[in-house]
Design a binder for this molecule. Sequence first.
Ligand code: C2E
Ligand code: CA
Ligand code: CA
Length: 450
Amino acid sequence: MFITTDRAGMVARSEAQATGALPPADVDPLTGVVARQAFLKRLETRLQSEATPRFALLLVGVDDFRAFNDMHGHAEGDAILQQVARRLRDAAPRDAIVGRVGGDEFGVLLTSISDPTLVRHVSAAILSMLSAPHELNGRRHHVLASLGACVMPAGGDTTSDVLAASSLALARAKHDGGRTIRFFKPQMRTDVTTRLSLVQALREAYAQRQFELLYQPQVDLRDGRVLGAEALMRWRHPTLGLLTPAAFIDALAASSVAADVGMWLLHTACAQARAWSLMFPDAPRVAINLFAAQLSESRLLTEVRHVLRALELPPDRLEIEITETIALQQGDEVSDQLQALRRDGVTLTCDDFGTGYASLSFLKSFPVDRLKIDQSFIRNVTQDNVDAAIVRSVISVGQSLRIGVVAEGVETAAQRDFLLANGCIEAQGYFYGRPMPANRLTDYLRNQPR
Ligand code: C2E
Ligand code: CA
Ligand code: CA
């Protein structure tokens, strides 16, 4: 699909984009489109040209560009940005101005279009053009993009307001799963304000010790014995009651409190593991979930070692769960730290396996001890052939690599039977127990058959 402004019937050729005619300083050296400062200058000119400006600003962001860069290297990342820029210039109307406004973000200034339906047409054409696979060095890459659109005059009076408005729309598009278009609405500004006060509240919650850990048993499916327990966070909110992670975990993970909460969590879970190891000869291993923020700290390795030593907890009583998405965002240094912990005897598990970006190649560069099958595959495993096939293949990947496989979200005997019949012998789920306070799990452990 190729849309020109002729079709829109509104051509303003005087502003036509022709980077060949631009002073070199106004051109982005990598991609050949208008450089950020020059782009903002044009946006400003456009804003000042009329009392009520009628134009639209599209912000196009490459989805998961950082993960792509980490996986394929910067040279291929640069090549992708060049191809994206070229496609943008081809897909945009002739009088549009295409510029690079951030590392992996491009702006498209639709100088003469402010009709939302037309803006949607142009945006859809751009995304469809960007979604074709990219050929690089004989390999095909599927790189997708999201788009945030701000149709004037809704965006505000200044360049920074308008840019912020399209950024909010782009962030929403990415948040909603990527490869999609969102239009700026003033409501988005208040949503962010709400999120900011949530971050404030989370900081307060940490200071006031309102976070708690519950423990969910992981059992041997053959006899129901507890082998481990996953520590799961709750927020005991002073007025709202006990909140599950769905209400706060994304905001927490993205905030500056995450690293501190993560450390608290590590200490608390290890102290609990130590308490159980003193009570039971076959005490459960305790699994914790890591925030990305904890991984980007070079002190993860020293911190974990310090906690284990201080609590005299054998490393094999600790399990670290990490999603492939989080792991992929990290560099070699993080991977080295986690591998060092593995050599110490800590169990490393790939969480939500199969829901992320590149499961199989991931396992090569990032060896783990266990794969955890996400509950989304278990939910309908006994009725849905595709889910059943996915679960069977994850189990067989685990068997081929000689690593453990644990299923999450087992709620019925039929699901347990399916897993057992297909060679998965460990699981957690409501069928065996919900996340519970540590003392409840202690009772549970006391009463299980020896
Ligand atoms: P997750 O790591 O995939 O954790 C498993 C989630 O599935 C937990 O939800 C658990 O309660 C739920 N679950 C377990 N068995 C069943 C079942 O049979 N049926 C159903 N419907 N659900 C089941 P929860 O506790 O709400 O945690 C949600 C997510 O929040 C976790 O997903 C994890 O990504 C995050 N999270 C929770 N606690 C922590 C934490 O301490 N640190 C970090 N970084 N993330 C956490
Ligand atoms: Ca987990
Ligand atoms: Ca999961």
